[in-house]
Write a protein that binds this ligand. Structure first.
Ligand SMILES: [Zn+2]
Length: 175
């Protein structure tokens, strides 16, 4: 989901746009996060010194040159790998608008669990998708090691039926 915030010349968050509360909740935080962010310095929320130092440089450069800056980053939630693009747009009086656009997301292999009453997860031997609930197949960027999770190699419905384009199968892999 796209998110944005507006910073004044002192990097104080003066406006928010997008589903901040839902994002916070997905990340394991409170569901009323936006009220805790507004009117506070952005640096209060970025605890990693390397990250805040890097962002300060990006903001400074953008203010000095009047040019927008773009950087891609990863921001995971529990069980979910997420990639975002950050776009910093300078406005007048040192104001910056910072947009965060989702690029891609994928389920993490830690969200693969044994279905109740089964002794192994079913993994398609051809496309490597995993049957999560019944015969609902999802693709994961990585799979747990066999000794961590018992598995049974089978063929999914798409791979068993060669008349279907395997590319169609990827459409059902988004969360
Ligand atoms: Zn398959």
């Amino acid at each position: 989901m796209p998110l944005s915030y507006r910073l004044d010349a002192e990097d104080r968050v003066v406006a928010l746009g997008g589903a901040w509360n839902r994002m916070s909740w997905e990340n394991g935080g409170p569901d009323d996060a936006s009220s805790n962010v507004l009117d506070h310095s952005l640096w209060r929320f970025i605890s990693d010194p390397a990250m805040s130092g890097f962002l300060r440089q990006v903001f400074q450069l953008s203010r000095d040159t009047g040019q927008a800056a773009t950087l891609d980053y990863r921001c995971d939630a529990p069980g979910l790998l997420r990639y975002y693009r950050m776009i910093v747009t300078p406005k007048s009086d040192g104001i910056l608008v910072v947009d965060h656009e989702p690029l891609a997301e994928a389920l993490a292999c830690t969200s693969i669990r044994l279905p109740p009453g089964e002794s192994a997860v079913r993994i398609c031997g051809q496309c490597s998708r995993v049957a999560l609930k019944g015969w609902h197949w999802r693709r994961f960027p990585a799979l747990p090691r066999p000794r961590d999770l018992p598995r049974k190699v089978v063929l999914c419905n798409d791979c068993r039926n060669p008349s279907r384009d395997p590319a169609d199968a990827s459409a059902s892999t988004r969360p």
